[in-house]
Structure formats: structure tokens, C-alpha cells
Design a protein around this ligand. Structure first.
Ligand code: EPZ
Length: 421
């Protein structure tokens, strides 16, 4: 197992290239199950989760080839090879986004059997809305020994009202409805840019989707979808993470390829903290000029403040002037970075979904444990400003969602390296 060792105190200056978005790549790889031929994606991030999804598609019988480090081609089973329609537990348990194969498989082949993902570190994360939506489209859903079986001769368009704007739930239903017979309307739909990106790609394949990015999405089902080529959008959470790193180290960093329109809520909070953020040709420029001031955060579905940026902002709150109140409204257990930050000298009090952060902490380096993807990133950020050395253990969590984070940070001046644990 690897660990990452950070020496605090460096100011980050320079350009950081932002990779393709993990949370767009995963649904887009699943969407490649739908068309009749081989699709190619460019700007694919080199992440453990992408490799896991590629492995799943191969297990289902698709041919998956990495043309280059950031290009992938996915072709349906050829010749006598028949598609398998089952996603096994030992794979799904490593990545819950595997459930995204449900919609495409049942839409195209009339059946899918996927292991229920089970809980994860940050919460129970059920998929009841995915299944309720598929049932609304006429599918028969049965639970059997930890697996969910979904069957339908041909899905039929329907109106689906989601209990909450679930991102992958919406993505599963978009892919299912694309090949259903007739019109589907999804109300209370997720508005994340990654949902919009999926709709864009499905429309390139020949789907007829309108309203993606809003809370009301309409899909006119078609009979067949065709293969496409597409360059994946930049990762707004990776960009937001490095923006916080620049702010905390009083740095001056250009986030190459980042799109400001994907980060409105995060940019607003950075500016409220006293950080200079400007859209520049080629990306977003972030300068940590004066002292950081405390801001309050409430995580919400897009366009609200993203839960995936909560841990990163909590670290910034630790060293800002004043007290911050943070409310994590999306996941019920997304404060596992707090005890680890406490070991570095942070002053954070948790009461249910509310975290009160007293700023002005002088963080000191320590050996800390990564627990989930964004918590791991927050520990790296803390190490960048802590006095002395910080060792972040179990960085396999980090590698799921950040491509070569230590290389990108070292290139702008951080004293950081990967080592064997
Ligand atoms: C996606 O997860 C992202 N993952 C998450 O990013 C992100 O934190 C989350 O959306 C929220 O923005 C991918 O896109 C691969 P949800 P998802 O369904 O779709 C509840 C990261 O760090 N819910 O929008 O699983 C659920 O428990 C990851 O990159 C149900 O109750 O999130 C949660 O409380 C972490 N029933 C809330 O809704 C359902 O059927 C939002 O979950 C579905 C969800």
C-alpha cells in the first residue's frame, strides 16, 4: 500500500492541468453499452475507478481498449460472443457506480442482474430511486440474495418523480428511457453538469433528450443508438480541490481546462473567503492574496455547494480567521476527515450534520489515515500548510478520483512524494 508524504510550507505557483471528470467518465463508459458499434472517449482520466468500470464492461463481454493513456474505445460483443448481463458483488462492492450498467442493459437487452452496492464509508447510499424509476418504466424488479434483477421486454415511457435529485439515479434512468417506447419525463431531476454531459452524449448517439441541466428532463424514446466519439468534460471537483490548495498556500495557480460555469457555488465561497478567482483564457486562475476569512457552507444538490467539496473547504476553514459552520446535507456520514484533522491540531466540533470549525489553527504534521476519496484529499491539503511532515496512509482511496495528485502538486512547488507504506 502507498502513502503520500507532504512537507508543509510551500507556496503553490504555476499551472495545473485538470483531467477529465471522474463523475462524467463513469456514466459515459456505461452509456457505451447502448450503441450498436464502437464508441471512443478522449480526455479520459487515469483513475482506479475508470479502470474498474472498464473491467466491468469487459466482464459483460464488451471489448475495451485504451488507445492512449487518455483515450478509450468500447465495442459491443462481436461474432458469437453474447453479452453477459450480470455485474458481480466482488466488483460492485469496490465501486458503487457499477450500478450505472443497470439502465443500459435492461434498456437494450431486456434484463440485468446487478449486485446491490451495499453501504459505503460516507453513508448507506441506497438505490431505491433507481429501481422505482425502472419500475415506472415497466420493468419487473426483484431482489434475490443481494442482487437486483431487472427485466422488461421493452421499457415504456412514463413520468418519474424522484424523491431527491439523485445524480446516478437520474443517469441510470436517462440511459434506460433513451431506448424506451414513448415519452419519459423525469421530475426533480439532478442538475449536475455531469448529468448534462451524459445527455449530450446520448443525444450524439441519436437519443432525443431535452431539459438536461434543469429539474425537468424529457426523453422521447428511440429504437436504436449509434456509436460516437466524445472528449470528456474537465473534473470540476479536482479543479475545486486545487483551487483550495492555491488559496491556503497563498499561491497563484492556473487550473488549466477548468470551466468556471461548473463551479459557481465554489467560486462564490472562495471569493467570500477573500480569495481572488478569475476566469482566464485556458482555465481558472486562483490567487490566495490576503488572510482567509471564515465562511459558512451548506452542501446541496447542484447548483448548490457540492458535497464533494465539503471536506476541502473544512480544511481551509481550520486556518481561516473566525468561525465557520458547515452543514453536510447530502450524506449522513461524511465527516470522517474530522478526527484525522483533529490530530493535526484542527478545532472542529461535530453535532449531527453540523460541524463548527474554529479558525486560526496552527496545523502540525502527523501520520493520518485516508478513509474516503474526498477526505483523503482534505488531508493532503492540510499537509500542505501544516508545520513539519504529514504522512497520509491508505492513499488507494485518493487514487480512485485524483490522477497523479502528488505529481500535479509537486509541479507547482509542493514538497510532496509517494512512498511505500
Ligand atoms: C454521485 O453519487 C457522485 N458519484 C458522488 O461523488 C457525489 O457525492 C453525489 O453524486 C452527490 O453529488 C458519481 O457520480 C459516480 P446521489 P450518487 O444518488 O449518485 C440518496 C465522489 O466523491 N439516495 O445523488 O451515489 C443518497 O443516499 C462521489 O466523487 C437515495 O436515498 O449520489 C444520498 O444521501 C462521492 N436513494 C443522496 O440521495 C437513491 O436511490 C444523494 O445521492 C439514490 C440516492
Amino acid at each position: 500500500m502507498d502513502k503520500i508524504v507532504v512537507e508543509g510550507g510551500a507556496r503553490l505557483v504555476g499551472r495545473i492541468p485538470i483531467s477529465g471528470a471522474k463523475n462524467a467518465a463513469l456514466p459515459l463508459l456505461a452509456a457505451a453499452l447502448l450503441p450498436t458499434g464502437a464508441s471512443t472517449y478522449k480526455n479520459v482520466p487515469q483513475l482506479a475507478d475508470v479502470r474498474t468500470m472498464a473491467k466491468l464492461l469487459r466482464m459483460l463481454g464488451w471489448d475495451v481498449e485504451f488507445g492512449s493513456k487518455t483515450e478509450i474505445t468500447i465495442a459491443p460483443p462481436s461474432g458469437k460472443k453474447k453479452p453477459k448481463l450480470e455485474a458481480p458483488y466482488d466488483l460492485v462492492k469496490t465501486m458503487r457506480a457499477s450500478v450505472l450498467v443497470l439502465g443500459p442493459l435492461v434498456a437494450r437487452y431486456g434484463r440485468a442482474r446487478v449486485s446491490l452496492p451495499g453501504g459505503c464509508a460516507i453513508g448507506a447510499r441506497p438505490i431505491d430511486q433507481h429501481l422505482k424509476g425502472l419500475q415506472a418504466l415497466g420493468a419487473k424488479v426483484t431482489l434475490d440474495h443481494g442482487y437486483v434483477e431487472v427485466e422488461a421486454k421493452r421499457l415504456k415511457g412514463a413520468t418519474i418523480v424522484l424523491d431527491m435529485p439523485t445524480v446516478t439515479g437520474c443517469e441510470n434512468l436517462l440511459m434506460a428511457a433513451a431506448l424506451a417506447k414513448g415519452r419519459t419525463v423525469i421530475e426533480n431531476a439532478a442538475r449536475e453538469p455531469e448529468v448534462e454531459e451524459l445527455a449530450t452524449v446520448l443525444n450524439k448517439m441519436g437519443a432525443r433528450i431535452s431539459g438536461a441541466g434543469s429539474a425537468l428532463i424529457t426523453i422521447e424514446g428511440v429504437d436504436e443508438l449509434l456509436p460516437i466519439e466524445h472528449a470528456i468534460m474537465p473534473d470540476r471537483i479536482e479543479a475545486g480541490t486545487f483551487a483550495v490548495a492555491a488559496a491556503m498556500t497563498h499561491g497563484d495557480v492556473l487550473l488549466e481546462g477548468a470551466r468556471p460555469e461548473h463551479l459557481d457555488a465554489v467560486i462564490a465561497k472562495l471569493r467570500a473567503s477573500g480569495v481572488t478567482v478569475a476566469a482566464e483564457a485556458g482555465g481558472i486562475r486562483v490567487r490566495g492574496t490576503g488572510e482567509l476569512t471564515a465562511v459558512d457552507i451548506i452542501t446541496q444538490p447542484h447548483p448548490g455547494f457540492p458535497t464533494d467539496m465539503q471536506a476541502q473547504f473544512m480544511v481551509m476553514a481550520c486556518i481561516a480567521k473566525g468561525q465557520s459552520v458547515i452543514k453536510e446535507m447530502i450524506f449522513e456520514n461524511r465527516y470522517m476527515h474530522v478526527p484525522e484533522l483533529g490530530r493535526m491540531g484542527a478545532d472542529i466540533h461535530i453535532d449531527g450534520r453540523v460541524a463548527v470549525v474554529r479558525g486560526g489553527a496552527k496545523l502540525t504534521g502527523a501520520s493520518v489515515m485516508a478513509t474516503d476519496l474526498r477526505a483523503s484529499a482534505s488531508l493532503i491539503l492540510a499537509g500542505l500548510v501544516a508545520s513539519g511532515k504529514t504522512e497520509v496512509l491508505r492513499v488507494y482511496h485518493l487514487d480512485r478520483g485524483y490522477e497523479a495528485i502528488e505529481k500535479k502538486l509537486r509541479a507547482v512547488g509542493a514538497k510532496i512524494k509517494r512512498a511505500k507504506q
